[in-house]
Design a protein around this ligand. Structure first.
Ligand code: IPM
Ligand code: MN
Length: 361
């Protein structure tokens, strides 16, 4: 099997964590005789500084010519005063739009070994396993018109969805639910928003194509609460762009650290893979960032772009084994006498590779 992967490491801890993800992928490729070709391009703040734009044409061309794009993270404090369309985040939104992936898969699950990392009680989170399917190319992020009109002292954004935009992401979510626990919860604000009324109607229509999947609808405000009170009740959670952005971060609480969680964006020309965490400028360059989110994102590349289920699960098992053996990056430990072995970013990567070797040899 051969895959061309473009790495856009981006800003902050992006280069550190994607470095470990790439090293793990290379290990897997060597062990199983796959060919993974890696190319590297700039995106985000580093591209603004070097090329004057958050998404240089060269990066976009390389992304479109690859089989998968692995993105680290974008953003930095020095760009905070720029308008939205000039910021590092604009580069990320532009590459998402250009690659066309509209279904952003964001798992939120509890690792048995990280139960103490969550502020939620063990009996609430034990076994929780949610897959968010976040619509990624519509809603407020891309709707026009949008502006901050300084003269009128007003600003506006537009939430817009078409039937097709809702139907295509809903179909992916239902298919994924069929391969899981066959439950789908669609989240909207249909008591207030027309976009949500359309959303709910279309989800119900698509549901008729998947009679084996149980569907429920929740309002986003209530859902924010249910996710913390009874996360185990949810399987696939389908929602629009901004609601999905907010709820997926909230659900990082179930895992105890956003640093552990991967994501994959599918359905377009080229799949885009990103860990859920941000660029974490406060710890960038210190070698202490948790590379697990990026490493698990690498596993998703093998699963969704390579069709390599065994290799993908080997990486996931390796990460769990590494935790089982008591290894942790500093973000996962509190206080002094925790009894864990605290490792750097590269040391955690090396441990995961060791375990992958044992599993795949
Ligand atoms: C995410 C991030 C992005 C988003 C930002 C960086 C544009 O928060 O991937 O969740 O809002 O989609
Ligand atoms: Mn977010």
């Amino acid at each position: 099997m051969k895959l061309k992967i473009l790495v856009t490491a981006g800003d902050g801890i992006g280069p550190e964590v994607t470095g470990e993800a790439v090293a793990v992928l290379k290990e897997v490729a060597a062990l199983k005789g796959h060919t993974l070709e890696f190319d590297y391009k700039r995106i985000g703040g580093i591209a603004i500084t070097t090329d004057g734009t958050p998404l240089p044409q060269e990066t976009l061309d390389a992304a479109l010519a690859s089989d998968a794009v692995l993105l680290g993270a974008v953003g930095g404090n020095e760009f905070n005063s720029l308008p939205p369309n000039k910021r590092p985040e604009a580069g990320l939104l532009a590459i998402r739009a250009a690659l066309g992936g509209f279904a952003n898969l964001r798992p939120a699950f509890a690792f048995k070994e990280l139960t103490v990392n969550s502020p939620l009680k063990p009996e609430v989170i034990d076994g929780a396993d949610i897959l968010f399917v976040r619509e990624l190319l519509g809603g407020l992020y891309f709707g026009a018109p949008r502006a901050w009109d300084k003269e009128k002292d007003e600003a506006y954004n537009t939430m817009r969805y078409t039937r097709d935009e809702v139907a295509r992401v809903a179909r992916i979510a239902f298919k994924l639910a069929q391969g899981r626990r066959k439950k789908l919860c669609s989240v909207d604000k249909a008591n207030v928003l027309e976009t949500s009324q359309l959303w709910r109607a279309v989800v119900n229509e698509v549901a008729a194509e998947f009679p084996d999947v149980a569907v429920e609808h929740q309002y986003v405000d209530a859902m924010a609460m249910h996710l913390m009170n009874r996360p185990r009740d949810f399987d696939v959670v389908l929602t629009e762009n901004l609601f999905g952005d907010i709820l997926s971060d909230e659900s990082g609480v179930i895992t105890g650290s956003l640093g552990m969680l991967p994501s994959a964006t599918i359905g377009g020309k080229v799949n885009l893979y990103e860990p859920i965490h941000g660029s974490a400028p406060d710890i960038a360059g210190k070698g202490i960032a948790n590379p697990c989110g990026a490493i698990l994102t690498g596993a998703l590349i093998l699963r969704h772009s390579g069709g390599l289920e065994a290799e993908a699960s080997a990486i996931e098992t390796a990460v769990r084994k590494m935790l089982e053996q008591g290894y942790r990056t500093p973000d996962l430990v509190r206080g002094k006498d925790h009894g864990y072995t605290v490792l750097s970013t590269t040391e955690v990567g090396a441990k995961v590779r060791e375990m992958v070797k044992e599993l795949l040899a």
